[in-house]
Design a protein around this ligand. Structure first.
Ligand code: GDD
Ligand code: MN
Length: 364
């Protein structure tokens, strides 16, 4: 059986890349396998250095230049390039040669072999890497990757969801255009989270140092990145904290109520009264997480999740319980400090266990 002809649009976002664009176009021509039907779409945001003009000088019948006026941003440029193009796949590539064009053939051949929805050029899979990065830069990149994996289940099994070098079936982007909100610069994250690709492969590559021009991504992109991940997560961590605070109020309120109904339970039998109010607040938190925080992630049996939620609340419950009881029986401990320790120890465990253990999958 002969393989179907592969058709690929190479989408290149550019901003002030005048020294690179000519070299890049030459390299691409050398590296796309001859049996592939391809076009090149350069999307330039009216670069002051005239990158668009230089690209226009190099036009051929499979090269297009989209010059956007009054618009700026890497992610929207990539989306516009994908919309403009007309092939089955779009292959997104930086213009500065940091994504070496030699790897184009590996990516295309992976797509040909597997017909996956997304092929990612990965720095963090076996055989991939980064050349010329300091330890700090590597640490920042790895931390950012970990953050994405914690909050976004769709990228947990992907080694490099922050890559700017990837191929995607144009159809899945077009079908989900209204869901895309290309904020920030991590367009791959947006696509993985919003376009629900069914199959993803990764191909290793080595990220090269920039020779000409400067990076456009600066310190403020870190904050932008965190906001982007929060947005994609539906602000879940904030919902989780709010529910936790409400649970604390319920805990104290129930204790008051118990004292009102049966003073014995907050005096001689305080250990029992305290346990009842803590249990009620744990169940209260669970119900709110089910119907609000993790509404879209309920899969399997609710009772099993409730049991696991008890495990996940255990560290903070134990600290709260011991400190409440020991204070009641005369051990001197500042109640605020005791609560704070309970929260500090318990919260990260509770959250991480909930994300990765209890509500780890999207419900369908
Ligand atoms: N059209 C357009 N508009 N292009 C832009 C813009 C913009 O506002 N900002 C940047 N670009 C282009 C650049 O010209 C370059 O071709 C590409 O987008 C990447 O920009 P760089 O400034 O070189 O980014 P970087 O090298 O710091 O970051 C790259 O690596 C990261 C991984 O560490 C990007 O590929 C990121 O997406 C990637 O996550
Ligand atoms: Mn770059």
């Amino acid at each position: 059986m002969s393989r179907q002809t592969m058709s690929v649009a190479i989408v290149i976002p550019t901003y002030n890349e005048v020294e690179n664009i000519g070299i890049l176009l030459g390299e691409i021509k050398k590296n796309v396998p001859t049996d592939v039907d391809y076009e090149i779409v350069v999307v330039d945001d009216n670069s002051p250095d005239g990158t668009w003009k230089k690209a226009v000088e190099l036009l051929e019948n499979n090269i297009f230049v989209v010059r956007r006026i009054g618009l700026k941003g890497l992610s929207t440029a990539v989306i516009d390039g994908i919309i403009f193009s007309s092939k089955d796949y779009a292959l997104v590539l930086d213009a500065d040669l940091q994504h070496p064009p030699e790897y184009i053939k590996d990516m295309i051949s992976e797509a040909q072999k597997t017909n996956v929805d997304v092929v990612i050029g990965s720095r963090y899979t076996k055989g991939g890497g980064v050349a010329g990065w300091s330890k700090t830069r590597l640490l920042i990149s790895k931390t950012a990757t970990l953050i994405a994996k914690l909050f976004l289940p769709s990228v947990r099994r992907i080694s490099d969801p922050m890559s700017g070098f990837f191929m995607v079936k144009r159809r899945i982007v077009l079908e989900n255009l209204s869901k895309l909100n290309p904020y920030g610069f991590k367009i791959l994250l947006e696509i993985l989270e919003r376009c629900n690709p069914k199959t993803v492969s990764e191909v290793p590559y080595i990220f090269r140092p920039r020779i000409y021009g400067k990076s456009k991504l600066g310190a403020k992109t870190i904050i932008q990145y965190i906001l982007h991940v929060m947005k994609l997560s539906g602000w879940r961590p904030f919902k989780f904290v709010l529910v936790g605070l409400a649970g604390m109020v319920v805990n104290l309120g129930v204790l008051q109520l118990i004292g009102f109904l049966s003073p014995l339970l907050i005096n001689q039998l305080f250990a029992v009264g305290s346990a009842i109010s803590i249990e009620i607040s744990v169940v209260f938190n669970f119900v709110l997480h089910e119907v609000w925080t993790f509404r879209d992630r309920r899969s399997g049996k609710a009772m099993a999740r409730l049991a696991l939620f008890h495990v996940s609340s255990a560290p903070s419950v134990i600290v709260q319980y011991l400190s409440a009881v020991s204070m009641k029986y005369g051990l001197s401990m500042n109640p605020i400090i005791a609560q704070l320790i309970g929260i500090l120890i318990g919260f990260p465990f509770n959250y991480i266990f909930s994300e990765l253990g209890i509500w780890k999958r999207k419900s369908v």
